[in-house]
Design a binder for this molecule. Structure first.
Ligand SMILES: C[S@@+](CC[C@H](N)C(=O)[O-])C[C@H]1O[C@@H](n2cnc3c(N)ncnc32)[C@H](O)[C@@H]1O
Length: 265
């Protein structure tokens, strides 16, 4: 089986099959009555910075038909998940990697990588205890023993020269979506410097970063965002940077993001 087939098989087995927003809403409304209203209230409080990310994500880890609600949400972007996993493997990481997945969520990516590369050690951290429980449950269910998941804040962990690959997928901006760009740039450089410290020299970082586009992708906007993120990676101590764009446009669901990588210099 080639890599792409392995990814597809794994995602099918984990219930991350392509779903529309309508299908996901229908399942949640039917099987978890009251959840959508509760989620909307919590999301609103989160966006107003009244509650912390862990409260929002604890709620999305609610189980539904053997999955988490988060994974149902994620199934709307199944093609993006496939693309991201292919990109990570395309970085040609070495044979015995120690991987750190920051903001690992339900562990979908870490568990896949640890299952595919049994000689790797994957460590996932997340600020939400319930997401960490979901990640552990996934590893246990799949009998993947080369993973370890713990509750930790990305800005408080203190790793030094410990990892060969650091992933931070849809998690580096989390909690700061409403910062102005200059403040966000500052936060991103500081955070990436921390990631750089966690990596050995020559280690690689892989990020996915959403783009909220106020200009509806006016000419030059995407290039500007790519240049901006490359510059931020370089300022934090990475070279050989790459930036790729992915877009999903479905009825009721739009997602634009960059896959970024760099080598710790
Ligand atoms: C959008 S989810 C992404 C999860 C997973 N990486 C993925 O791609 O599906 C963002 C994750 O970041 C976590 N998170 C938010 N703030 C964090 C922090 N300060 N430290 C660690 N994790 C954090 C959330 O709990 C959540 O699981």
């Amino acid at each position: 089986m080639n890599t792409h087939e392995q990814i597809r098989k794994y995602l099918d087995e984990e219930g991350i099959v392509e779903r529309s927003t309508e299908e996901v809403d229908e399942i949640i409304n039917r099987d978890l009555p009251g959840f959508p209203e509760r989620f909307d209230r919590v999301a609103e409080d989160y966006e107003s910075h009244i509650i912390s990310p862990s409260e929002l994500y604890d709620l999305t880890a609610t189980r539904l038909n053997g999955m988490t609600v988060y994974d149902y949400f994620k199934s709307r972007s199944r093609k993006g998940v496939e693309w991201t996993l292919r990109n990570i493997i395309g970085l040609n990481p070495g044979e015995e990697n120690r991987v750190l997945d920051v903001g690992c969520g339900t562990g979908l990516e870490s568990v896949f990588l640890a299952e595919m590369f049994r000689q790797w050690e994957a460590k996932g951290i997340d600020v939400s205890g319930k997401m960490v429980e979901a990640a552990r449950a996934r590893a246990t269910k799949r009998n993947v023993t080369n993973t370890e998941f713990s509750v930790a804040d990305r800005d408080e962990v203190d790793f030094k020269d410990e990892f060969d690959l650091l992933l931070c997928l849809h998690s580096i901006n989390e909690g700061h979506y409403f910062f102005d760009e200059a403040s966000l740039n500052h936060v991103l450089v500081r955070r990436l410097e921390r990631f750089r410290t966690a990596l050995r020299d020559g280690g690689k970082v892989a990020l996915t970063v959403p783009i909220f586009d106020p200009t509806n992708f006016a000419e030059g906007y995407l290039d500007y965002q790519k240049d901006r993120m490359s510059y931020i990676l370089e300022a934090a101590g990475f070279n050989d940077t790459s930036t790729d764009f992915f877009q999903i446009k479905k009825p009721g669901f739009d997602m634009n993001y960059l896959f970024l990588s760099g080598v710790a210099n």
